[in-house]
Write a protein that binds this ligand. Structure first.
Ligand code: HEM
Length: 432
């Protein structure tokens, strides 16, 4: 399968969208992917070296603010969606553009609404992937126009940030991805590689779209996976208790879990994998195309055919998984109790075009989920209501319907350590 993208990409090219990475193909995609992969690794999207520790510190800062915010909601019915939105956004925003938002910041709320609407609208364009003629229907034309309008508004915000970075740029102090991009642009100009790197696209507009791509891909997916995790914990109290028992035994009650604890927390890890499988937050991979005629499972796939990986179908296939609709973390544990992932587990896609942010995603899911479980019991909100539904709304992601949870502080032991203070909401946000 090639690294080309068709379908929705064609629609955007027709209306002159700049490509970014998710909707680019060919040489432009290759150059941008190489650049992003390299720079994001240096900024800490890696499992090894100093970068990993810096990334962990960045994530933990947001985890602590998140727990602090939640501590004010103890025993109330709480919608975690807006709180998670800010916390998860702050991880990717700090990495990409050194920006953090406060809860309920007006600019941020507007920005979030645009992203959420974008995911919904994008989902409704999926039909045009299969029946391209449908793009001319008035309804879909309206959707395309709305996406274009929203993107223009977001691009203006990103450009402001890029301009600020340009004004304060210091090549000896690379703060984030935008600084790296600015450096790369100047370097490419000086060495005559500009055309190769940007394939004729305007630099700043390409940069705006890259920021937008990383932000939307890096926020919505993780936030939604965590919402599913909370929902399943409300439905599966025995699983929740087993996680908490493991956390108490391995981590203890006087600190939050760290990445280095992860190998010793196989059950917690297996639960995260099961959430990724059963929720298939990204149910379809993006549209790929075939470079040469290919035979697969008795079918002939012609050259240039569009191929959309049905990740959800793979994760729900009863030939691959025992009772695929049941929530069973044990399926990711081998006989020795160690984590094992079959090759047909593919929440981040597979191949050259697989998710660029899987390392960051796994780190964030672990840190946020394990810290949340270590600090609170998650109970259904409201005495009289039933369990919240496990049904999803469908867009580019599968998202739980709005629900609330009641957070019950887990009993504290005798340590006066910072962790406990943070959980009790006694310390100012982010001050650990
Ligand atoms: C739970 C979290 C996440 C899930 C489930 C997820 C899943 C996916 C999937 C299924 C794809 C498409 C793969 C394909 O078409 O073959 C994808 C692409 C992508 N993801 Fe993620 N993702 C997550 C988090 C992130 C994060 C944190 C970032 C950014 C930092 C990110 C950035 C991207 C980008 C840039 C692409 C497009 C790659 C390309 O076209 O070359 N994702 N992701």
């Amino acid at each position: 399968m090639s690294c080309q993208k068709l379908g929705i990409l064609q629609i955007f090219n027709e209306i002159n969208f700049i490509s970014g990475i998710i909707n680019s193909d060919g040489r432009l995609w290759k150059e941008q992917r190489k650049f992003l992969h390299d720079k994001l690794r240096r900024l800490g999207m890696t499992y090894s070296g100093q970068g990993k520790h810096e990334m962990e510190a960045r994530i933990m800062k947001e985890v602590e603010v998140f727990l602090h915010t939640l501590s004010k909601e103890r025993n109330n019915s709480t919608d975690l969606n807006p709180i998670l939105c800010t916390s998860i956004s702050n991880v990717i925003c700090s990495l990409v553009m050194s920006v953090r938002f406060k809860q309920k910041d007006a600019k941020f709320t507007r920005f979030m609404n645009l992203i959420a609407e974008g995911f919904r609208l994008f989902g409704s364009l999926n039909y045009a992937n299969f029946f391209p003629i449908m793009r001319y229907l008035p309804g879909l034309q309206e959707v395309i126009k709305k996406i274009a309008k929203n993107r223009t508004e977001m691009a203006a915000f990103f450009q402001e940030t890029v301009d600020d970075h340009r004004a304060t740029f210091d090549s000896h102090n690379m703060r984030d991805l935008i600084d790296n991009y600015l450096m790369e642009i100047e370097d490419a100009k000086a060495t005559g590689r500009s055309e190769e790197l940007f394939q004729g696209k305007e630099h700043d507009r390409q940069m705006q779209q890259i920021i937008g791509d990383l932000f939307s891909a890096g926020m919505e997916t993780i936030k939604t996976t965590l919402l599913w995790a909370v929902l399943y914990m409300i439905h599966e109290p025995e699983v929740a208790s087993k996680i908490q028992e493991e956390l108490d035994r391995v981590v203890g009650r006087n600190r939050l879990p760290k990445l280095e604890d992860r190998p010793y927390l196989p059950y917690t890890e297996a639960v995260i994998l099961e959430v990724l499988r059963i929720s298939s937050v990204v149910p379809l991979g993006t549209t790929h195309s075939i470079h040469q005629e290919t035979k697969l499972g008795g079918y002939t796939i012609p050259e240039n055919a569009h191929v959309v990986p049905l990740l959800h179908a793979v994760h729900m296939d009863p030939n691959l998984w025992d009772e695929p609709k049941a929530f069973k973390p044990e399926r990711f544990l081998n006989q020795e109790g160690k984590v094992c992932k079959p090759e047909y587990f593919m929440p981040f896609g597979v191949g050259r075009r697989m998710c660029l942010g899987d390392v960051l995603a796994r780190m964030e899911l672990f840190e946020f989920f394990s810290s949340l479980m270590h600090t609170f019991h998650l109970r259904k909100a409201g005495e009289d209501s039933g369990l919240p539904t496990l049904e999803a709304t469908t867009g580019a992601t599968l998202t739980p319907l709005p629900f609330e949870v009641s957070l019950v502080q887990r009993p504290l032991q005798d340590s006066p350590h910072e962790f406990l203070n943070t959980c009790q909401g006694l310390r100012p946000a982010g001050s650990l």
